[in-house]
Design a protein around this ligand. Structure first.
Ligand SMILES: Cc1ncc(COP(=O)(O)O)c(C=O)c1O
Length: 365
């Protein structure tokens, strides 16, 4: 077929563009952004100092191999730096993995409420996203395995998942891995791993170390509070690292991001404060919102999924909260039109949301 203008490859125009969390509430003086799972404690002061220092030398290209950062990550997590690749956020790495391992006609599996970047990255390669049903808003290993076909090349699993906050125990991750053919790449997206306080959870490091077809992605955007700088990393088998390194942008991570990341890793106390803050307020929010009669999906991450009685009620609650400067996330794009996702915020923000939800529900009844 001849066309009158350039056409993107098949699949590209099937992508529903990613809609980021809102960040403004028109006419409201003080805004609490609880829509993108950012850290209420912000970054380490050491990271901010490193950022400012690099600001004096913007003329130099970054180190394309990210050697110092990979060494710092290797030391912090006990990993071989040669098996780490850094990216401009973990989004970058998820897309690179899709590009390296998917082609027209292939299939990549993700779960019903899985992170939206997975279908976007999949469709961008010409491959087909296959959706495995969840149980109780949680990934279901048997359902994922039932979706595996001859065309399957990749499985994306966010553990914990966004926007549900649920996780599957390490035994289940291992069972999933055992059930996959050896040529299928299992991508474990552990963006929220640092928040998880469960003995049966493992981010994937052990499985990567002992297999040839598992990759783990991590991010500095969440507990490290560096979302603006775009910094993530993956740990994988040497052959996957080699493939991804061949197609990534030669300078895909900025010097500022790398230095801030290294400085963050040198401030574990800050991370511990962020973890402790989250542990306290995650439990508080789940309990207080539950007392209002709104079901909250049990979360191990830094956000909660709040269920309303119907789509109209979720929409009205969102508008009511936004007018008060409390910005939560609509999650209709995640097949959850009657729910809102709320990031665990500062004490002030958390208390304001609970009070505003109580007022909203009082007005509705
Ligand atoms: C499950 C999951 N993976 C990956 C990311 C991407 O994070 P980033 O690209 O900022 O590293 C997010 C961000 O919201 C996420 O929720």
């Amino acid at each position: 077929m001849t066309t009158t203008r350039p056409q993107p490859r098949p699949g590209v125009l099937d992508i529903a563009p990613y809609v980021p969390g809102k960040s403004a509430a028109p006419g409201v003086a003080k805004v609490f952004k609880l829509s993108s799972n950012e850290s209420p404690l912000g970054p380490s002061a050491k990271a901010i100092a490193a950022y400012r220092e690099v600001g004096e030398h913007l003329e130099d290209y970054p180190d394309g191999a990210a050697s110092d950062l990979r060494d710092a990550i290797g030391t912090a997590f006990g990993l071989d730096p040669a098996r780490i690749v850094c990216g401009a956020g973990s989004d970058d790495l998820l897309n690179l993995l899709a590009r390296a391992y998917l082609a027209d006609g292939d299939e990549a599996i993700h779960t019903t409420h899985g992170f939206l970047v997975y279908p976007i990255a999949t469709l961008g390669t010409g491959a087909k996203p296959v959706v495995a049903p969840e149980k109780n808003f949680t990934a279901d290993v048997d359902a994922i395995l039932a979706c595996v076909s001859k065309k399957t090349k990749l499985v994306f699993l966010a553990n914990p998942n966004n926007p549900t906050g649920t996780y599957i125990p390490f035994d289940e991750v291992k069972r999933l891995h055992r059930g996959l053919p050896p040529h299928v790449l299992l991508v474990l997206d552990a963006a929220y791993a640092e928040y998880v306080q469960r003995n049966d959870y493992e981010s994937g490091i052990e499985l990567v170390a002992t297999s040839e077809n598992v990759v783990m992605c991590r991010t500095f955007s969440k507990i490290y509070g560096l979302a603006a700088l775009r910094l993530g990393w993956m740990y994988g088998p040497a052959h996957v690292v080699d493939a991804v390194n061949r197609i990534r942008g030669p300078f895909n991570v900025s010097t500022i991001a790398m230095r801030a990341g290294i400085a963050s890793l040198a401030d574990p106390e800050h991370i511990e404060r962020a973890r402790a803050h989250n542990e306290k307020w995650l439990a508080w929010l789940a309990a207080e919102i539950g007392k209002l009669g709104l079901p909250v999906t049990p979360s191990v991450a830094n956000f909660v999924l709040i269920h309303f009685k119907d789509v109209e009620s979720a929409s009205a609650a969102d508008a009511f909260l936004t007018r008060r400067g409390l910005i939560l996330r609509r999650v209709a794009g995640y097949r959850l039109p009657a729910a809102l996702r709320m990031t665990v915020g500062t004490e002030e923000a958390n208390r304001l949301v609970v009070a505003a939800l109580a007022e909203f529900l009082g007005k509705q009844s």
